[in-house]
Structures are given as C-alpha cells and as structure tokens.
Design a protein around this ligand. Structure first.
Ligand SMILES: Nc1nc2c([nH]c(=O)n2[C@@H]2O[C@H](COP(=O)(O)OP(=O)(O)OP(=O)(O)O)[C@@H](O)[C@H]2O)c(=O)[nH]1
Ligand SMILES: [Mg+2]
Length: 134
C-alpha cells in the first residue's frame, strides 16, 4: 500500500546559551504529551520557509526572517498512516519573546539533555545531530 508523504517543517530555536526549545504536544492531538520541535504541516501551495515562519508565529508568537533560517537536517520516517518528511532548520535569531500559544508546555534544554524528554520516533536522529553539532 502506498501512503501519502506529508511535509512538516520544524525549527530548533537555539538561545545564546546553546539551549534548544522543545514543546510538548497538546492533549487531544496525535502523539499528545511527546516533546517536539515547533512547526507544522505545509499548506497546499505554501513555500516551506513561509510555512515555518507562519508556524513559529502562530505557536510561539515570534517573528523570524527567512535569512535567519539555516537548513540543518531532515527526518524521513514511516508512521502507520503516512510517511513524514520533516526538514529541521536552526534558528538563532528572532524578534519578540517566545510565548506558549499552542503547546502543553515549552522547555529550553541543553542538547545533551534532550534525550530526557520523550519525543516522536521520527525525532531521534535529529536529536543525535543536534548533540553532535551544537
Ligand atoms: N511539529 C513537529 N511535528 C512533528 C515532529 N516530529 C513528528 O513526528 N512530527 C509529526 O508531524 C506532524 C505535524 O503535525 P502538527 O500537528 O504539528 O501540524 P500543525 O502544527 O500543522 O497542526 P494542525 O495539523 O493541528 O494544524 C504530526 O503528525 C507530528 O506527530 C516534530 O518534532 N515537530
Ligand atoms: Mg505544530
């Protein structure tokens, strides 16, 4: 059976101390309670970068310019009902203060502590790259 490939864009915000922002998925959604990188699905006809800028504003209330999106790594993972393709950008600069508009909780986490937080299966390789790179 052929499953659809869903394009999801996500960001690792990195603060001046090198900590990474992760967010806990809200109740009532798939994978509720797991910690993820902020982001979401690209809408039909939308550019991936525009989708990420939109999601970061909707979810965190911040303004990010496209020049501050640094392509980093991607996840390609088969879930039961779809295949996830998820590029992850590094973001070190933004305007405004991060606020929680969407998630159950937010956390700024040192890369070597990310593995303390349960994340979706697609995210494990991304965490390893962050630990090595940051
Ligand atoms: N944002 C995000 N989604 C992830 C990550 N890892 C991962 O498997 N996903 C999956 O990618 C999909 C993203 O869906 P989402 O619910 O965040 O999409 P969205 O923000 O557009 O929300 P919506 O569909 O309620 O409008 C979910 O199936 C989610 O489980 C991650 O680190 N960040
Ligand atoms: Mg989302």
């Amino acid at each position: 059976m052929t499953l659809p490939t869903i394009l999801v864009v996500a960001a690792a915000l990195v603060d001046v101390d090198g900590r990474v922002l992760i967010a806990q998925r809200p109740e009532g959604k798939a994978l509720a309670g797991l910690w993820e990188f902020p982001g979401g699905k690209v809408e039909p006809g939308e550019r991936p970068e525009d989708a990420l800028i939109r999601e970061l504003h909707e979810e965190l209330g911040i303004e990010v310019s496209e020049a501050c999106l640094a392509p980093f790594v991607f996840a390609s993972h088969g879930y039961d009902s779809f295949h996830l393709l998820m590029p992850l950008w590094l973001v070190r600069r933004w305007k405004g203060v991060v606020v929680n508009r969407h998630h159950a909780a937010l956390a700024w986490v040192k890369p070597n502590r990310l593995s303390d937080y349960p994340m979706p299966p697609a995210d494990a390789p991304l965490v390893a790259h962050l630990r090595d790179f940051l």
